[in-house]
Design a protein around this ligand. Structure first.
Ligand code: SF4
Length: 325
């Protein structure tokens, strides 16, 4: 039986805004009823364009955003209704790594203090000597040197700052790391180094990752399974092998067609999506993707597609797939 570390059921994260009519309230539905599970030791990639809700979903899981509804069970513990103080001990189990390591590292703290802080907060060291040994060990684990401990964030490159962010997340020995676009701000050559480091640390610390990105090629490098999000919902979820070999949702196909291939002679038909992602304040009726879908049919404008299981580890929400099935 699968060893489930994280179970998310029907998660909703809505933001109230003033309605069109005076005195009414409308809702921006950033995450609109998302369900999925992540197995222990797995890397689950979440992909989609900016504004699809993927980062909000990640923040909702570790309660940096308070979900409007739904259930989150982490390592057998239902944390759905936990407030901030109840979440404090849980934060030892789930940590986040952010896109912009500079913004997430306090510029006035030395690297030593940045990495030591979570160890002190969670009471994970008994004395100063142990604290120092643990901080230096973490620095070495992420490929930095002991002398870096006395420096400040502005003295480091983007890739090094991301390594510091990873060391800080690792300090509490989490079970789950939610990495929100961790390499998007880095040069391509540095991206590969940070991804390799994350892969290596995953094995060494027996970690589970949720890896959020807008780029399917980055996610392919690290993920076991991938979920493609559009306007607050998954439209297709599958194992890496199945999803990249047989992308079924027209949105996944379009995203994949934009991934550059290393072989310049290889032919690839690029699917160009028209327009921008619609506002989650007023999403399209039926299939939310129908306003941009090159394969849109009449039914798509009226009825939301249901889940179609393609294989054991691959499902999609699209009328084309349900009609075939
Ligand atoms: Fe396109 Fe229709 Fe499938 Fe939506 S349901 S992705 S509009 S074909």
């Amino acid at each position: 039986m699968a060893d489930i570390l994280l179970n998310v059921e029907d998660m909703k994260i809505y933001y109230p805004v003033a309605g069109k009519k005076f005195g009414t309230t409308d809702y921006v539905k950033a995450v609109d009823g998302v369900s999925f599970q992540v197995e222990r030791g797995e890397v689950f990639g979440i992909v989609g364009e900016s504004g699809c809700g993927k980062s909000t979903l990640g923040r909702g899981i570790c309660k940096l955003e308070q979900p409007t509804g739904g259930k989150v069970v982490l390592d057998g513990e239902d944390i759905s209704s936990y407030n901030n103080s109840q979440m404090r001990p849980v934060r030892k189990k789930v940590q986040m790594v952010f896109q912009d390591p500079y913004a997430s590292l306090n510029p006035r703290m030395s690297i030593f203090d940045i990495i030591a802080e979570p160890l002190i907060i969670h009471g994970l060291t008994k004395d100063k000597a142990e604290l120092e040994a643990k901080v230096l060990d973490l620095l070495r684990k992420v490929g930095l040197d002991d002398y870096h401990a006395n420096r400040y964030p502005h003295e480091f490159s983007g890739g090094q700052r991301q390594r510091i962010g990873i060391a800080r997340a690792l300090a509490v020995q989490p079970k789950l790391i939610i990495a929100d676009e961790p390499v998007s701000a880095l040069d391509v050559s540095i991206q590969a180094q940070v991804l390799n480091l994350m892969n290596q640390l995953k094995k060494e610390f027996n970690l589970t990752y949720i890896f959020v990105a807008h780029d399917l090629s980055v996610v392919e490098h690290i993920s076991d399974r991938v979920g493609v999000m559009y306007l607050g919902n998954f439209v297709e979820v599958g194992s890496k092998e199945s999803l990249y070999k047989a992308p079924t949702h027209p949105y996944t196909q379009a995203l994949l067609s934009a991934v550059p291939v290393p072989d310049p002679t290889a032919k690839k038909d690029r699917v160009i999506l028209e327009g921008n992602i619609p506002s989650p304040l007023n999403p399209p009726t039926g299939c939310k993707f129908h306003t941009r879908c090159p394969k849109c049919m009449e039914i798509c404008k009226k009825e939301a597609p249901v889940k179609t299981q393609l294989t054991d580890d691959h499902y999609v929400y699209c009328h084309l797939a349900s009609q075939k099935g």
